[in-house]
Design a protein around this ligand. Sequence first.
Ligand code: C2E
Ligand code: CA
Ligand code: CA
Length: 648
Amino acid sequence: MLALGIALVLTMSNIMQTQALRDGIASAQTVGRYASAAVPPDAFTRGVVDPAQHADVTAAIDGFSGRLVGLRLWTRDGDVLYDSQSATTGFPDGERLDAAVARGTSDARIITDVQGERAGGTERQVLDVYVPVRDAGEIVGAAEVMLDYTPTTEALRAAIRTVALVVAGGLLALWIALFRTVLTSSQRLQASALDNARLALLDSLTGLPNRRMLADRMRRTILEAKLAGTRVGLVLLDVDRFKDINDSLGHDRGDELLELVADRLRGALRDNDIVARLGGDEFAVLLPDVRSIENAEHLAHRVQSVFATPFILGELPLHVETSIGVACLPDHADDSSDLMRKADVAMYTAKTHRLGVAVYSPNEDDSSPARLVLLGDLHRALAVGGELELHYQPKVDLRTRRTVGFEALMRWRHPTRGLLPPDLFIPLAEQSGLIHDLTRFALTTAVAQLAVWRDAGRNVPVAVNLSAHDVTSQTVVELIERLLGEYDVPASLLEVEITETALVADRSRVVPVLERLSALGVRVAIDDFGTGNTSISQLLDLPVDLLKIDRMFVTDLAADKREGSELVVKAMVDLAHSFGLHVVAEGVEDAATADLLRELDVDHAQGFLFAAALPPDDLPPLEGPPGRWAGRVRRTQPHAAIGGEVGG
Ligand code: C2E
Ligand code: CA
Ligand code: CA
């Protein structure tokens, strides 16, 4: 700003000085023209003036005496024609005279003139200008005009001082204004930055810490807990059916409810517990120091109890329930994101099982390390072969009590965990896409077994379970067709079981698969019938041959639990028969049920009453035609034997 001021003052003073000089020169030119006009032009060429002409010049310049310090008239050659100060002597500044005469322009210079040297002397500024004198366009000489420049210099100095003062004042004012603006705007910026930071960490609706702030607190809390060897708990909760509340009462009421929930949560907890809103209807409570998992669970129940009293929205009392998940560090997790995930798994468990409060359990965790290890093992088992096997459970004719077929049920002889039932690994395989390999194994093994039994003179059908993932593409049909050809087994000996839910899930893709299976002569059974919410006629419409009544109905029959379960089963049987389907009952465990099923006209039955699923070698001999169930399939190498993928 100082540099700017200096530059401004310098420029201004330059402009003023130039202007003053130009004015001075103009004055000098006027004086020069006046004076030279008083002598005849030939005087310049002749180089002399007579006394009368001298007097004329003196008279002519008399009017300028106020400022005029002196006047001389020079010929081109430098002879003096007139000098206001002395008689006839003196020399011009030759260079300047020549310049003025040659160029025809005035030559000005400011000279410091010291007066009365002997008396101590006063200085004055004199503007000395050589003004060319013309006669009919020709330059004949020059008038040297000396003007007192002191007043001009003083006026200039005063003006420059004023300018400098004004500039300095202006700059100071500007500086103050700028300073204030900068100060206030920086204050404002600071304030809004603070607001933003606050907003970034707090939830705008409830004012509770948000997910980011919770994450930050969690990191610090966990660090401290690890150092101190203490336990950190995390409680996650969401409002059950919040979407319905929002949809039916409106978003404003929904927001109001969330604010009320936030208030109650804040009120219910200890001072150092941190309540946060994670977004939507999800809240979290960080318990920085809990004695035990039970203690954390106890606090979770306390959180649950804040929902006991209805919330008043407007006039309306609203009963709201919540699902709460609890996880602890180091018991369930060892870092903050893991703790969050485990609490989330627990919350999901609480929700699906309508538990209210659930503590994390690895069994409920789809991505728990145990499951991942198992998945890896399953990959290995499929690659090396020899660990998976099929066990066969007989299907019995309820009238004759003869075995009319088998259901092939998969088992996994795990090297360290023993014999694993399918419920432990089939869902895992379905989620990971491995199911197609399992299905290929089951079909290959079952068809190979059929071939062995056929060679022993036993032609009894075997049913293989297909997963929902298998029946949406024709690949499975192609595999079956190839296997039957390869082992030379008639299609009528192979059955497939497909659950009711799988049949209706993707009907448009499943129906063509079923049609091709029927065309091949492979029989199709609807498994777990009655568990889905499908209308029966919709199912019976499909190209299916058998209907397996779910174990649930059979159990109900035995326990006489559900009123009218007999009627339900009877209706199913009649309907199935009217569509030309055979009916099989699953899970028959006692003779009374078997009798009842027979009365209800059920054709076949399966269950522990007759036999559990057994390895082929352990199957009891078949009544009727002679022979044993001897002859086990030599372990197949499904991958080597069968190329191609099953399912899509
Ligand atoms: P599912 O198809 O409903 O099979 C019947 C299940 O009931 C079998 O369980 C069988 O052992 C069991 N069971 C048989 N009789 C009784 C009884 O009297 N009482 C009781 N309580 N249970 C009885 P398992 O072998 O554990 O198989 C479970 C499920 O795993 C099967 O249910 C089926 O959905 C699936 N599964 C089994 N093997 C395969 C397979 O090779 N492929 C596919 N995709 N799924 C399979
Ligand atoms: Ca089945
Ligand atoms: Ca079943």
